[in-house]
Design a protein around this ligand. Structure first.
Ligand code: NAP
Length: 295
């Protein structure tokens, strides 16, 4: 039976470190502040935003949520982002995705000033991550997976990492982090048009799945002894619990955990790390401001 890589436990350690660093920054006169812009009333997005706000407050950080109606105009949204860009109490800004279809999401993400873009989605920060320039921000989910590998002592040098999915939010930044000097992995990215997906996933020493299709990865698709990270989060109806739904990953956990060395559960795996690394990025942004003010 596989070792369970608990994102909840690793997050707990990191959040204690963050709280100590926040206290240090507060004593130096700066309280890290994160603003989250939520447009519309998508229930899953609202839940994520509340979780982020709560995590901020627990770490001693300032949290501000700006909730705008689903039919907000582009200009009004840009005005809100411009206000946050100029606000000295706010060090990190994120716009919760997905946005309603009438809003040009690329232009919205580009409106956030790169110094406060703690999601790392601005093209300047995406480019910095790609070229290994440490002035940017690494998107929270890939940063969380890198941190889990490090804290669990899972070697990546010379290992074959297969990532299922090629999104800008998770898979592409993760591929560039893993193949960089240091981690030194050999990386394969796969997607919807990959022919014979199983022939790739079976070669993985480390398999990372970020798709959003429950049950996509079955035991036959995994090499015995591999390490598996399941990023997928899909809500499935479950009338037997009070919430009425459960969150499930992309991997057949019961089957796959019988033959691999280690695996992340869903929930309690990659998910908690994402919020934690967002807090880490906000603390980094605040620390940079403090250092700037001392020059
Ligand atoms: P995304 O932008 O929807 O991308 C999904 C990727 O999966 C695409 O590249 C798609 O290929 C690929 N794909 C779809 N069907 C496939 C198949 N049958 N075989 C191989 N590849 C296939 O997703 P994302 O933003 O990366 O998110 C992926 C999942 O992770 C979602 O469930 C999301 O909710 C979850 N997520 C979780 C966290 C967390 O903190 N745990 C954070 C972010 C995302 P094409 O490019 O060819 O369409």
């Amino acid at each position: 039976m596989a070792r369970v890589i608990s994102g909840t436990a690793i997050s707990g350690e990191i959040r204690a470190e963050i709280a100590a660093e926040v206290e240090e920054l507060r004593q130096a006169g700066i309280t890290p502040g994160l603003a989250v812009v939520l447009v519309g009333s998508d229930e899953a997005s609202a839940v994520y935003v509340r979780m982020k706000a709560r995590a901020c407050e627990r770490a001693g950080m300032l949290s501000r949520t700006i909730h705008l109606p689903a039919d907000v105009g582009e200009d009004e949204l840009f005005g809100v982002i411009d206000g946050l860009n100029a606000d000295p109490a706010i060090h990190g800004i994120l716009v919760q995705l997905p946005l309603p279809g009438h809003l040009p999401y690329k232009a919205v993400l580009e409106r956030v000033t790169p110094e406060k873009d703690v999601d790392g989605f601005h093209p300047l920060n995406a480019g910095r991550a790609f070229v290994g320039d440490p002035r940017g921000f690494i998107p929270a989910t890939p940063a969380g997976i890198m941190e889990m590998l490090r804290r669990e002592d899972i070697p990546t040098r010379g290992k074959h990492v297969v990532i299922v999915g090629r999104s800008l939010i998770v898979s592409k930044p993760l591929a560039s982090l893993l193949m960089a000097p240091g981690p030194d992995a050999t990386v394969t990215l796969t997607h919807k048009h990959t022919v014979d997906l199983a022939s790739h996933t079976r070669m993985a020493d480390i398999l990372i799945v970020a798709v959003g299709k429950p049950g996509l990865i079955t035991p036959e698709m995994v090499k015995p002894g591999a390490v598996v990270f399941d990023v997928g989060t899909t809500r499935v109806a479950d009338p037997s619990i009070p919430e009425g739904y459960r969150i499930v990953g992309d991997v057949d956990y019961e089957g796959v955990s019988q033959l691999v060395e280690a695996i992340t559960p869903v929930p309690g795996g990659v998910g908690p790390m994402t919020i934690t690394m967002l807090l880490v990025n906000t603390v980094i942004a605040a620390r940079r401001k403090l250092e700037e003010s001392r020059v």
